[in-house]
Ligand binder design. Structure first.
Ligand code: DLL
Length: 433
């Protein structure tokens, strides 16, 4: 019998979930109207008042909030509680402009850690487990979120943070870590290093991993599971909504349950803003209905995704989101074709390469160019030019059939592409448009 963290919530009926969401949405709209002048103005501009919002069915009446709003309101403009009630901030890395600074009351931190605890339990964690948290600690939400969740489950928690790969492996082995939390690219690197040290999956005590914070393919999951001898679970979240734990994978490993008692999810057409039905791909939009300090209504995540309300074999009833395909802002448009880095990754991993690659886009004589540098694995490493040319052509063909685009592919020596300890940077776009 599977052990649930909060079965009365996670397996609740759809009617019950809708009732909770409606009641909390009404309260949340009133909270931001009363406490956040920025929101009140946006709602007034759209001609909506709290009286118009009677339940989930009225969600569409509310205006969207985007990253641009967060920047405009930086740093305090969207905070809905007096600062004396706030106990924490977390922040994004700010790679695409001004950092997002999110605020938490103690209640917000508690609910966030609950969500992470659910994710750990869904991956099989109990108070018998030793959980190594190798996400970065500090402003990034990965370390603090999973750390809090791990405590709630009662795991013996090892807060290694990211980096220092040798020490990571030493702790996994010496302290018999059974659960590993880090980005999928770092998990792949840890696996690669342990393999080089001659460790077989049977000699690695880990049994499960909770990997997220960046897009990763099914092929990468299979590779990590094989090298580490574990089950690898996806986890999703973003700083704006708390951090990891907005959604997490269960034993079915085919999509992540969204914690619907805290977040209402919608999929919209990114061009028109129209709400799309289940099964259609679009931009994921979230409304946080329980957060006190930094509530967001209809926040446009830019993540491209599909939702499904189909019954799940694990018994949980909360809606599932597919693995995000990528972001509307990291979708590359190359010679007019929409390309997600994850599609390129799928081609490479299906051909037996690892997830060590770099995508370089440029514009030469008004035409976009796509260069993909791919590391050979040590097993396939050769200096036979004929063999290399054959392999490169195989990738070019694979990319053409996946994307309908001609790419230039260069095979490079094992270990020549820099490894990431956090989120991997795989795309270099040199176009000056
Ligand atoms: O990455 C929170 C997190 C930490 C999630 C640890 C999971 C594990 P941010 O740095 O604010 O927060 O980045 C949020 O990362 O909008 C997605 O584009 C991407 N992302 C997060 N999880 C996944 C995932 C954290 N499982 C942004 N798959 C999001 C694909 C993900 N992309």
């Amino acid at each position: 019998m599977e052990r649930y963290y909060q079965p009365e919530i996670e397996t609740a009926s759809r009617e019950q979930i809708t009732a909770w969401q409606s009641e909390r949405l009404v309260r949340q709209v009133r909270h931001v109207w009363d406490n956040v002048p920025y929101y009140r103005k946006k709602m007034e501009e759209k001609g909506v008042t709290p009286e118009d919002i009677k339940g989930v069915e009225d969600l569409r009446k509310l205006p969207f909030v985007s990253k641009a709003d967060l920047r405009e309101a930086y740093p305090y403009g969207l905070v809905a509680e007096p600062l004396k009630n706030c106990v924490r901030i977390q922040s994004t890395s700010g790679t695409t402009g001004k950092r997002v600074v999110a605020f938490y009351t103690q209640h917000d931190v508690d609910l966030w850690e609950d969500c992470c605890a659910r994710a750990l339990v869904a991956a099989g964690a109990t108070d018998e487990d030793v959980c190594q948290v190798s996400y970065g600690y500090g402003l990034f939400t990965g370390g603090p979120g999973l750390n809090g969740g791990s405590h709630k489950v009662g795991c013996l928690t090892i807060p290694t943070s990211s980096g220092n790969t040798e020490r990571q492996i030493m702790f996994i082995r010496d302290l018999n870590a059974t659960i590993l939390c880090c980005t999928p690219s770092y998990a792949a690197y840890l696996g690669e290093t342990m393999k080089e040290m001659g460790l077989t999956p049977g000699q690695i005590p880990l049994k499960a991993g909770i990997f997220g914070a960046e897009a990763w393919s099914e092929e990468m999951r299979r590779d990590i599971e094989k090298t580490l001898g574990i089950k690898a679970f996806d986890i999703y979240g973003l700083t704006e909504l708390s951090g990891p734990g907005v959604a997490f994978e269960c034993s079915a490993q085919n999509g992540m349950h969204i914690n619907e008692d805290h977040f209402i999810a919608e999929i919209i057409d990114p061009e028109t803003g129209e709400v799309l039905p289940d099964g259609q791909q679009g931009e994921l939009v979230f409304t946080s209905i329980t957060k006190q300090a930094f509530p967001l209504l209809r926040y446009r995540t830019r993540d491209v995704c599909v939702l499904s309300h189909e019954k799940c074999s694990c018994g949980r009833t909360h809606v599932k989101m597919a693995k995000p395909r990528g972001r509307t802002d990291d979708m590359l448009i190359i010679r007019g074709v929409n390309v997600f880095p994850s599609q390129i990754e799928t081609v490479l991993l299906n051909l037996g390469y690892g997830a060590n690659y770099q995508i370089i886009v440029d514009r030469v004589n008004h035409t976009d160019t796509l260069d993909v540098q791919v590391e050979m694995t040590s097993e396939m490493f050769t200096d036979n030019m004929g063999e290399i040319a054959k392999r490169q052509k195989q990738i070019v063909d694979g990319l053409r059939s996946m994307l309908g685009l001609a790419a230039k592919v260069t095979l490079v020596a094992p270990k020549s592409i820099v490894r990431s300890e956090g989120k991997a940077v795989r795309v270099i776009d040199n176009r000056k448009i």
